[in-house]
Design a protein around this ligand. Structure first.
Ligand SMILES: [Mg+2]
Length: 140
């Protein structure tokens, strides 16, 4: 994960310019534990890391960093698919994305995120059953 100091000033400016009407989740309650995600992302040390990262660089920087890491993973996968990139590069970018998803999950609220993940998991399960013909329900 590469959070650069140069983005700090830029982020600060963007934060002050944010319109009041921007629809985004209120993040007033940030839990002390992350709940049921991967054990790596539940570690108390990571919660502390998320908290300190947010305090130092701010909310906008976490969004920006998440976008950047997702883009880097996209590029790594494209290169890997074309045999221009290494498996390790993909794994490294996955690690960055996983950490940023842990940060965002904590910021947005693990319970809500986990509920959404469960909804998506169940939907995928239904779609898979329907696609493979092992389910006759129409509620996908
Ligand atoms: Mg990266």
């Amino acid at each position: 994960m590469e959070t650069e100091a140069k983005s700090d000033a830029k982020v600060g400016a963007e934060t002050t310019a944010r319109p009041e009407t921007t629809a985004r989740p209120e993040t007033t309650a940030r839990p002390e534990t992350t709940g049921g995600l991967h054990p790596t992302l539940q570690a108390d040390s990571l919660i502390d890391l998320y908290r300190r990262t947010l305090a130092v660089w701010g909310e906008q920087a976490q969004y920006d960093q998440s976008i950047e890491e997702c883009a880097e993973l996209s590029v790594a996968l494209l290169h890997y698919r074309r045999a221009k990139g290494s498996r390790q590069a993909v794994i490294d970018e996955m690690a960055d994305v996983i950490l940023m998803m842990g940060q965002l999950r904590w910021m947005f609220g693990p319970q809500e995120v986990d509920l959404a993940v469960e909804r998506k998991r169940a939907k995928l399960e239904r779609l898979l059953r329907k696609t493979t013909g092992s389910d006759t329900s129409e509620d996908v």
